[in-house]
Design a protein around this ligand. Structure first.
Ligand code: HEC
Length: 122
């Protein structure tokens, strides 16, 4: 039992290290803010269950799926073409189904971190 506990602890710390190596501190902070403010609409869905039921529950992901018809990833976090100015403009001004995000909700510093996170693979 004790060995199992130690093994679990080691595994969890290894996983934690692997994740920390992937993202810089700025990008990691950006992911935290993204997960709170953007993920509910832009999260990852795999076609829903029972042949699509629930697939449209995430407005951002489903709208971008319709917009790009597979030419670009529907999941924002998979994109490698997003420009910082484009992200900033849309977050502050909204776009069709996407509401504006106020500075009292996501501060400019937080938005910079989100941008660092979304452009990390470019
Ligand atoms: C209430 C749901 C909702 C939330 C919350 C939301 N979005 Fe969106 N977002 C959308 C929708 C819907 C679209 C698609 C607009 C369209 O039809 O072009 C979109 C589009 C975008 C686009 C444009 C992508 C493109 O290729 O045109 C960006 C960038 C974006 N969102 C970033 C964000 C970020 C960053 C956040 C968090 C701060 C966020 N969104 C939060 C719903 C949301």
């Amino acid at each position: 039992m004790r060995k199992l506990t130690i093994l679990c602890f080691l595994l969890v710390s290894l996983l934690g290290t692997a994740q920390a190596q992937e993202l810089s501190p700025t990008e990691a902070s950006g992911k935290v803010v993204f997960d709170k403010w953007c993920e509910p609409c832009h999260g990852r869905i795999a076609g829903g269950v029972f042949g699509g039921f629930g697939a449209h529950a995430l407005p951002g992901t489903s709208a971008l799926g319709v917009k790009y018809k597979g030419d670009l990833p529907a999941v924002l976090e998979d994109r490698v073409d997003l420009q910082p100015i484009y992200i900033r403009t849309i977050v502050r001004n909204g776009l069709y189904g996407m509401p504006i995000t106020r500075k009292t909700e996501v501060s400019d510093a937080d938005l910079d971190n989100i941008i660092a996170y979304l452009t990390r693979n470019q």
